[in-house]
Write a protein that binds this ligand. Structure first.
Ligand code: EPU
Length: 314
């Protein structure tokens, strides 16, 4: 929605809007909480869903030349947006032109906006094994690349063969996986660049056998993870012990700040019981970190991406 006060405050964004093709979505002061699985956080100054790579390049060049901060959002499943929202432009590659999945042999070329569940289903349909673990991750290919997302003992970059990406001036690049440094839950290149697509590779198997593994993974997830709104695991697993197991052993499940609660099902999931704020969740994170440090000398590092400003900032 374009409120009149916002139009007055951000005339440059209107110039940006007119430089994009008609299919692009541009919104001002756009609420972001409902675009995240945690359902907290304030608005984006300007929210853009470009309709093509050329559109995306236009946005990035605009932001670079106007010194406007730019934030890429995936499906919002690993995000904690602070209550004051995000300044500048927030991008999301939801348009169908970024969501294609093309299968050739045992390789899938997947757009950054494609849902991981869709990738897993396409792989199964074509008898490509090894991507079953993506089935229950509620994210996009771009988000999974940025985070080197993992589940069920597998991680995204173990399946990537190459990746196309855009720099902040709108230039496109392609790299083989051997030239992309990655770590546990991180692809540093994507802190400064934006994934466009990736080629994933699996191995042959029957759709039935693949389905069986997907069903088992899904069952495990339902049995061990909460269904309430969350951002998945809040902390990275320390090298010595799983964060969920540690929080459980410390008796911290059920710890609550307002409507933000450490899940009784899995200690590394913080759930929004309805009406939690980002401030509640951030305080809960600090409480748990302090306890882990005091009682077990473990430094818990957040896995969830924390973005934006506190209320009343700036
Ligand atoms: N455990 C407990 N109490 C808990 C939680 C776990 O004792 O409250 C124990 C479990 O019984 C198990 C061990 O800890 O023996 C490991 O638990 P789990 O299999 O749930 O794995 P995790 O290490 O806690 C990781 C990923 C998850 C992924 C699961 C399943 C991280 C930080 N987490 O969790 O990823 O879904 O494995 O493969 O790497 C995410 O990244 O957002 C995420 C949810």
């Amino acid at each position: 929605m374009t409120g009149p006060d916002v139009v007055l405050k951000s005339p440059d964004y209107l110039a940006l809007q007119s430089a994009l093709c008609a299919e692009a979505m541009v919104r001002f002061d756009e609420p972001l909480a409902r675009k995240t699985t945690l359902r907290v956080g304030g608005p984006a100054d300007c929210y853009v869903e470009p309709a093509s790579e050329e559109d995306l390049a236009v946005v990035l060049r605009f932001c670079a030349s106007h010194n406007v901060p730019v934030t890429m959002m995936g499906r919002g499943s690993n995000l904690l947006i602070r209550d004051g929202g995000i300044r500048g432009v927030v991008l999301c590659l939801n348009h169908p032109s970024f969501c294609a999945i093309a299968v050739s042999g045992h390789r899938l070329t997947c757009g950054a906006g494609a849902r991981l569940k869709a990738v897993a289903n396409e792989a199964r349909r074509h008898g490509v094994a090894g991507l079953e673990f993506l089935e229950g991750i509620p994210g996009s290919v771009g988000g999974a690349l940025r985070m080197n997302a993992g589940a069920m003992g597998a991680a995204m970059f173990e399946r990537v063969r190459s990746m196309r990406f855009m720099d902040r001036q709108g230039g496109t690049h392609e790299r083989a996986v051997t030239d992309i440094p990655t770590a546990y839950r991180s692809c540093p290149l994507l802190k400064t660049h934006f994934a466009l697509s990736a080629v994933l590779e699996g191995t042959p198997d029957t759709p039935e056998a693949i389905q069986e593994r997907m069903t088992a993974f899904s069952q495990k997830r339902w049995d061990t993870q909460p269904a309430a709104p969350s951002a998945g695991c809040i902390f990275k697993n320390p090298s010595t012990i799983g964060a969920g197991k540690l929080i459980d052993e410390l008796g911290l499940k059920g710890t609550r700040i307002g409507q933000a609660v450490v899940s009784e099902v899995h200690g590394n999931f913080f759930v929004n019981q309805g009406g939690a704020t980002a401030a509640d969740l951030l305080r809960l994170i600090e409480v748990i970190r302090t306890e882990a440090k005091a009682q077990r000398q473990v430094d818990l590092e957040t896995e969830v991406q924390i973005l934006g400003e506190d209320h009343g900032a700036s």
